[in-house]
Structure formats: structure tokens, C-alpha cells
Design a protein around this ligand. Structure first.
Ligand SMILES: *[C@@H]1O[C@H](CO)[C@@H](O)[C@H](O)[C@H]1NC(C)=O
Ligand SMILES: *[C@@H]1O[C@H](CO)[C@@H](O)[C@H](O)[C@H]1NC(C)=O
Ligand SMILES: CC(=O)N[C@H]1CO[C@H](CO)[C@@H](O)[C@@H]1O
Length: 343
């Protein structure tokens, strides 16, 4: 294990952390990680990042995109999660719009906020943070999770009832049980300890080990089985549920569901997220080894960046063509495809 001693020798204090916005690159039923080749996949996702996203994606995806919806233009990674729907008491479903986060440049179209932090916001804890490698991929959470082992057991998978876009606490393991004035935020923190060998694993999870704690608190140490500390990847998605607050069911039950399972996941235990690494060359490693924080990493210091207009211009073609924005009789994937009307 020659490289391990090398990485230890290189370790030193560093403050680097990335936080950036990405516009929506597509909302459709594709899942190249869990259901490669399926067109459509079983349930609906919001995807951000590189435009090479497709039903099948193998190898180094940085080579397959020509643009990205993210601030950092060397970043052709893809990031995706399930989509939120409102389930009306009359039995129909409406997709919940996504809004941009606070502290990001104005005009971002939906999307997510992506974090690559180190041990915590301010420090790498004097450990070398090893960037993901070309071909690397992983998931966190699972749509088949049940109450016993679902998001309740992973402090990295959380919901926040927003007063406004800046609300961050309390973090909840399930959907909020009351109308939220400012919408709902979903948070997905990925595991950051790697086995040092496998770019993926059959369940897309066992090559990683989770030591994450709630709300960006410093993670626990990596175990011997997964000794390599990687960036702490996290997604925040802000769902604009406010237009539905006056349609809250009379019995007080939560009307929002995630886009999988029969009738959707109304608890949120199955909240999950997917990641395919796609930074060009050593861009992410350069950022992790630098001392830049957030926007200070832009404009070539050390990362190339782009403006919001360029982010919003990047898109993936709709390969499924189904209707997503009407009131729907069932969730996409739970019945025959309802084709979108030709515009
Ligand atoms: C997506 O994959 C299909 C089949 O593999 C291919 O024909 C198509 O060109 C790809 N689309 C993009 C945008 O790469
Ligand atoms: C359900 O309620 C929504 C919102 O009021 C309405 O637009 C839709 O037409 C209703 N659908 C049915 C089947 O009643
Ligand atoms: C669209 C874009 O900015 N692409 C850049 C991605 O990264 C490579 C390598 O750094 C650049 O050459 C591209 O211009």
C-alpha cells in the first residue's frame, strides 16, 4: 500500500470546501446507476449536472458531456434524487416545483445546492481528502427502505420545514407534519469513507462507509475496512410546497410524497440520492488541496466557473416524453405512460 503512506505524507491543514448551485438539467424517468438501460426507469428523478446524462452511462462520464448546469464548468458530474409530489384529497397528484436556494446567484432554474466539504465546514482535520476517481459512483438511502432501517437510521437523510430559505433546523427524519410557510428542504449527505479499491459495488453502497452525523457536524473517523476519506458530498433541494398549503387534508395527514412506490412515499423513509463522478482531470483534487471556501474557489482560483445564463442553457433531451406537470391520476411509473401534449 505504497500510495497510503504517500497520501499521509501529503496531508496538512486545509480549509477547502465547495458549495455551489446547479440548475435542473432534466426531470425524467432515467436512472443509469440503479436501472441502467431502462427507458423509462421505475420512478421520476430530478437530475442536475452534465448533459451527458442518459439511460446508460459507463466509464468516465466527464468525456460524455459538453456542458453542465453547475457553477463549476469543469464539473460534469451528475447528481439526482427522487421528485416530490402533492397528493390532493381528490386522489390526483401534482409535481411540486423546485426553487433555488439562498446564498446562490439569482436566476438558477430549480436544481440543487451541492456541497463537497471536508471533515466539516472549516477544516480537513489534517487528513488528506482524496477526490473521487473517474468512473466512481454511489447511492445513499433506498426507495425500498422501511421504517425500521430507513432515513430514521441515517442522520444524513433529512427534511426541514422552512420558515424561509435560510431555515436549517430542526432536521426531521420524515416529512414535516404541518404546512411549512417557506416550503420543504430535503437534505442528502453521502458517506465519505471509501474502501480504496472499488469505483462501485453491486448495491452501489458497500464500497463506502457512512460516518456522517447530523447537519454537517464533523463526521466520525473512517474504519479500517474503508480507510480513505473522500469529500463529504451533500445535496440540498428546496421544494416550493407553498401553493398547496391551503389544500392540506382535513385529517391533518402529510399530503406530500416522494415519487416512488404505489401512491408515493408519504413518510419519506425511502428518500435517496445518486451520484456519478465526472470532474475533469484533477479539478476536484486541486480544489480539495487548496484553501478556497465556497465562491472564493471560482474564476480559476482554482476552478473554472460559469454564469447562471450558461448554467441554465445546458439541458438533456426529454427521452421519455411523458406528462409531468398536469394533475396526474397516478405517479409516473405507476400506470401507463401519459404522454405530454405536443407544444
Ligand atoms: C442516449 O443513449 C442512446 C442509446 O444508448 C443514444 O442513442 C443517444 O444518442 C444518447 N443520447 C445522448 C444525448 O447522449
Ligand atoms: C383535484 O383537485 C385539483 C385542485 O383543485 C383540480 O385541479 C383537479 O381537477 C381535481 N381532480 C379531480 C379528478 O377531481
Ligand atoms: C464547458 C466547459 O467549461 N468545459 C471545460 C471543462 O473542463 C475542461 C478541462 O478543464 C475545459 O477544457 C473545458 O473548457
Amino acid at each position: 500500500m505504497k500510495w497510503l503512506s504517500l497520501t499521509l505524507a501529503l496531508a496538512g491543514p486545509s480549509q477547502a470546501a465547495l458549495r455551489f448551485g446547479c440548475s435542473t438539467v432534466s426531470i425524467q424517468r432515467l436512472d443509469p446507476l440503479v436501472e441502467p438501460g431502462a427507458l423509462p426507469s421505475a420512478h421520476l428523478h430530478q437530475i442536475v449536472g452534465g448533459n451527458g446524462f442518459n439511460a446508460t452511462m459507463q466509464g468516465d462520464i466527464a468525456e460524455k458531456s459538453t456542458c453542465t448546469t453547475c457553477t463549476f464548468s469543469e464539473n460534469f458530474s451528475n447528481y439526482w434524487t427522487a421528485v416530490m409530489f402533492f397528493k390532493h384529497p381528490n386522489g390526483t397528484y401534482k409535481r411540486v416545483p423546485i426553487m433555488q436556494n439562498t446564498a446562490l446567484p439569482n436566476g438558477i432554474n430549480g436544481g440543487m445546492t451541492i456541497y463537497y466539504t471536508q471533515q466539516d465546514f472549516n477544516s480537513n482535520g489534517n487528513q488528506k481528502i482524496t477526490a473521487f476517481k473517474p468512473g466512481f459512483r454511489m447511492t445513499v438511502g433506498s426507495p425500498t427502505y422501511n421504517p425500521a432501517d430507513g432515513s430514521r437510521g441515517n442522520p444524513g437523510l433529512r427534511f426541514v420545514c422552512l420558515e424561509n430559505k435560510g431555515t436549517r433546523f430542526p432536521e426531521l427524519p420524515t416529512f414535516p407534519t404541518r404546512p411549512c410557510k417557506g416550503g420543504i428542504m430535503t437534505v442528502h449527505h453521502f458517506p465519505a469513507c471509501w474502501d480504496g479499491k472499488n469505483l462501485d459495488s453491486p448495491d452501489h453502497q458497500s464500497h463506502m462507509f457512512n460516518t456522517v452525523r447530523e447537519a454537517f457536524a464533523p463526521a466520525g473517523p473512517c474504519p479500517a475496512s474503508h480507510p480513505v476519506r473522500m469529500p463529504q458530498l451533500a445535496f440540498e433541494t428546496l421544494w416550493d410546497t407553498t401553493q398547496f398549503n391551503n389544500m392540506w387534508p382535513a385529517d391533518g395527514s402529510n399530503p406530500f410524497v416522494l415519487s416512488f412506490g404505489e401512491g408515493g412515499d408519504a413518510k419519506g423513509y425511502g428518500t435517496h440520492a445518486d451520484y456519478v463522478f465526472g470532474w475533469k482531470g484533477d479539478a476536484l483534487q486541486r480544489a480539495m488541496d487548496s484553501s478556497c471556501m465556497f465562491n472564493a474557489c471560482e474564476n480559476g482560483r482554482p476552478l473554472k466557473s460559469q454564469n447562471v445564463a450558461a448554467m441554465n442553457k445546458c439541458a438533456v433531451k426529454d427521452m421519455v416524453g411523458e406528462e409531468l406537470d398536469d394533475w396526474l391520476p397516478y405517479l409516473p411509473g405507476q400506470g401507463p405512460i401519459i404522454m405530454a401534449k405536443k407544444k
